[in-house]
Write a protein that binds this ligand. Structure first.
Ligand code: NAP
Length: 259
């Protein structure tokens, strides 16, 4: 399918690895020029170069922490009048409800709620003026069904979801659509880190931890960044203009819901 977005420009935050990289690769395959970002220069530059070579699109790589005001300014200056925004950042650490104090919540809210809101606030006006825009926020399945050990994530991402629900309906009339993608378990470094916690807590091997988690997913496996990126690219396409303020679960059926 021709996604109809060749030649457009996309800012994809936190995209040197994992789900952000999957989105960058899929948009580049559709002919979109990219502004990519991560904190670590080595992986970011390697991923940016691999995408240039594979897809022949322009890629600008900005090494900075997207959760800081300075990082956001740097990335926004490079993005200019980009047509597409994909928000993403690392997820908060796991723990118990009794572990976290105010500072932990502020950090999680900054990364997974206030950063995407700041980026949307900066970029939506230009998209609305030009009459076309796409925003995809990478959130989590924890928005639909809480994950006990990820209370910081449950809290911050649900806040973002509420903001998007209202804002998406305020900008849709100007040709700008905002939606959220909710990953379940995908085979990325983040999944390895969470599985590593289970290895320690339960005294099992990494393979055993993975097999245990895969068994909780009706699809019987972890998702891939390529599957995730393809869904993102569709939500950024010309065909997605009537999909407004939705929360799309990509979890292999793991969240047991009727709707
Ligand atoms: P990942 O494999 O660990 O990749 C994270 C990417 O984000 C890396 O490129 C990392 O590069 C970059 N990054 C992290 N913090 C950043 C920051 N402050 N500023 C700029 N770049 C940053 O993670 P992932 O699995 O793709 O997860 C992406 C998001 O989806 C996370 O919020 C995660 O919690 C959420 N999620 C993932 C899963 C899953 O199963 N994978 C499930 C549900 C939700 P640097 O470290 O070099 O900055």
């Amino acid at each position: 399918m021709d996604l109809g977005i060749a030649g457009k420009r996309a800012l994809i935050c936190a995209s040197s690895k994992g789900l952000g990289l999957g989105c960058a690769e899929a948009l580049a395959a559709a002919g979109v020029n990219l502004i990519m970002n991560a904190r670590g220069a080595e992986a970011l530059n390697a991923s940016a170069e691999a995408i240039r070579v594979a897809h022949g699109v322009e890629v600008t790589a900005i090494t900075t922490d997207i959760t800081t005001a300075e990082g956001q300014s740097q990335v926004l200056a490079a993005a200019g009048d980009a047509d597409i925004l994909v928000t993403n950042a690392g997820g908060p650490p796991p723990g118990m409800w009794s572990d976290w104090d105010r500072e932990d919540f502020i950090k999680a809210l900054d990364a997974n709620m206030l950063t995407p809101i700041a980026l949307m606030k900066a970029m939506l006006p230009g998209m609305m003026d030009r009459g076309w825009g796409r925003v995809v926020n990478i959130t989590s399945q924890s928005v639909r069904a809480p994950i006990g050990v990820l209370g910081l994530s449950n809290a911050a991402r649900t806040g973002l979801t509420g903001y998007v629900a209202g804002t998406a309906r305020q900008v849709a009339g100007k040709g700008v659509v905002i939606n959220n993608l909710l990953p379940g378990i995908h085979a990325t470094d983040r999944a390895d880190a969470l599985d590593g916690g289970v290895v320690k807590a339960q005294g099992i091997t990494l393979d055993e931890a993975r097999a245990k988690r895969a068994a909780t997913i009706p699809a019987g496996r972890y998702g891939t960044r390529h599957e995730f990126g393809a869904a993102c690219a569709f939500l950024c396409s010309q065909h997605a203009g009537f999909i407004v303020g939705q929360n799309l679960l990509l979890d292999g059926g793991a969240t047991n819901l009727t709707m």
